[in-house]
Design a protein around this ligand. Structure first.
Ligand SMILES: [Zn+2]
Length: 127
């Protein structure tokens, strides 16, 4: 069993244990469960698809007497909110985008119409 799978299973077990042993009307307990599932999702986001699949296969073998299901193509998918939303929208997730750097202009900026026209001595602007 890989280190990633062991950690994923531990985070899953804590999240499930907090959820199943907490009173449903206790907001602090619900908050702890949410934090635990957020930690699981954050860690899962760092795993490769094969690591996620491996961890889920171990959890299934440990927790279910049934053989592995045939349909488990999604077991390699990240289940964090960002990746779920990206799959739903059909887009790529960029979790921490690099800051955009402004490129300095390569040519002088042309004058705009708000600039004052050049007036010779004695000239004035039309009214
Ligand atoms: Zn993700």
């Amino acid at each position: 069993m890989s280190v990633a799978a062991v950690r994923w299973l531990a985070l899953l077990d804590v999240a499930v244990w907090l959820t199943t042993t907490s009173h449903r009307r206790d907001p602090q307990a619900l908050g702890r469960s949410r934090i635990a599932f957020d930690a699981l999702a954050a860690f899962e986001h760092t795993l490769t698809p094969s690591e996620r699949r491996h961890a889920r296969e171990i959890a299934w073998a440990r927790d279910s007497p049934a053989p592995l299901p045939d349909e488990r193509a999604w077991w390699g998918w990240c289940q964090c909110r960002s990746c779920q939303l990206a799959r739903h929208l059909g887009t790529l997730v960029i979790v921490s985008p690099a800051p955009q750097r402004e490129t300095p202009p390569t040519q002088p900026i042309p004058p705009t119409s708000t600039q004052q026209p050049h007036l010779e001595q004695g000239e004035s602007l039309p009214c």
